[in-house]
Design a protein around this ligand. Structure first.
Ligand code: CAA
Length: 392
């Protein structure tokens, strides 16, 4: 494992850093305060090749790998977490189509996702009554002549009202008796295009943070999709979701690292400027210790994210390490944002400084793409397995 990024990784990170500083940061507060969706910014990210960093060139991606993706996403999140979540989900959808799609599906959707022409991709797994217990979802895909009719409700869908293509999970085992059903084995995944008759996005949620990103419920009212819209074979849906989420969790860890870094930099700058009792705040050991702890935790979070990215990129198992990275980075970044606000005192509690936005934005990273509790389930299962492997 190398601790130095390659020239290509550095260039991608540099492109993301420059775009973040010049284009995203100046208007991030306004997008937050007015809940403005960053459509133009996503198109520009596409032009720079940052919507498909880990997507093969033949489908319009940059083919720079998962480590480069993690570095780039952190830079974008450092300037505007709302843009980074749309970028992360779009990347996840492009990757899932590349991994499980037919050649026709890849050619039809992936270049549009990478260029920003599709605006964004969306991932419609969760439902009003099934979040952590994803396999219990109830949306039905009824087989009809030439395709399927999808009927059900989806909840918490990032960019669901803006995305050009949405991966929708539904039951293809709806006829089987409920007590005999293997819930996970009854799921399939479908590519549903924006504008499909019967697909309706509800009112965007009023959220604590990530106000520049939209989160909507979706209703599928007998939406017809052709057979060619099914990803992989019937019954493969749960595995597809889990594989996608394993990779997605590296994205959320990287996003948390970016928000945490923004908060730490803000705290550092403010603690050097602000004087009390004739000394800069950073000259009080209490404050310096906060910065020291935050710096250490941020480094640990980034190392975990990069290790998971490296494992995925080199084709090794990474599910447990991605869960560890997501768990640790999201919780550490939350502590760092809270610390940054504390260092700013009363000013930090106002919109005059960006730290209150960082604290609001970072909170959801402990919830989406699997809560911290679910990450612990994933980690515990593999730790228990490792131990039993050692015993045998
Ligand atoms: N890779 C491949 N296959 C996997 C897998 C993985 N990581 N994890 C599980 N599977 C397979 C299992 O091997 C099993 O297959 P077999 O039956 O053939 O053995 C099958 O899937 C079922 O697995 P489990 O019994 O482990 O399933 P479970 O019901 O106990 O659930 C879970 C496991 C980890 C809790 C899972 O439900 C989960 O991750 N829940 C959280 C869901 C989540 O993260 N939702 C986020 C929503 S999307 C989002 O937030 C995006 C956004 O917009 C920002």
């Amino acid at each position: 494992m190398h601790f130095e990024p390659s020239e290509e990784q550095r260039l991608i990170e540099q492109a993301a850093r420059q775009f973040a500083a010049e284009v995203l940061r100046p208007k991030a507060a306004e997008r937050d305060q007015k809940s403005l969706f960053p459509e133009e910014e996503l198109r520009k990210l596409g032009e720079l090749g940052l919507l498909g960093v880990n997507v093969p060139e033949q489908y319009g991606g940059s083919q720079a790998g998962v480590v480069a993706y993690s570095l780039a996403l952190s830079q974008i999140a450092q300037a505007d977490a709302s843009v980074s979540v749309a970028m992360a989900v779009t990347n996840m959808v492009a990757e899932v189509i590349c991994a499980f799609g037919t050649e026709e599906q890849k050619q039809k959707y992936v270049p549009r996702l990478c260029s920003g022409d599709a605006v964004a991709g969306a991932f419609a797994l969760s439902e009003p009554q099934s979040g952590s217990d994803a396999a219990s979802l109830k949306t039905v895909a009824e087989k009809v002549d030439g395709g399927y009719r999808l009927t059900g409700s989806k909840q918490w869908i990032t960019s669901g009202d803006r995305a050009g293509v949405i991966v929708v999970w539904a039951r293809t085992d709806a006829g089987a008796p409920v007590d005999k059903r293997n819930q996970a084995a009854g799921l399939s995944a479908f590519l549903v295009e924006a504008g499909t008759p019967g697909l309706v996005a509800g009112r965007p949620e009023h959220k604590l943070g990530l106000k520049g990103s939209t989160t909507v419920p979706l209703t599928l009212d007998g939406c017809f999709v052709p057979d060619s819209a099914r990803l992989s074979k019937e019954g493969d849906g749960f595995r597809i979701a889990m594989v996608a989420l394993d990779g997605g969790r590296i994205g959320i860890a990287s996003q948390a690292v970016g928000i945490g870094r923004a908060a730490l930099l803000a705290a550092k700058d403010y603690s050097k400027e602000r004087k009390q009792f004739d000394k800069a705040l950073c000259d009080f050991q209490a404050i310096a210790n906060m910065l020291a702890d935050a710096g250490t935790q941020l480094d640990a979070a980034q190392l975990l994210a990069l290790r998971a990215a490296f494992l995925k990129e080199s084709g090794q198992p990474f599910s447990q390490k991605a869960a560890m990275a997501k768990l640790y980075a999201s919780e550490a970044a939350g502590r760092i944002c809270d610390m940054a606000l504390q260092v700013h005192g009363g000013y930090g509690y106002t919109q005059e400084f960006p730290v209150e936005r960082y604290l609001r934005d970072v909170r959801v990273s402990r919830i989406y793409e699997g809560t911290s509790e679910i990450q612990r389930v994933v980690i515990a299962r593999s730790v228990l397995k490792e131990f039993s492997d050692h015993a045998s």
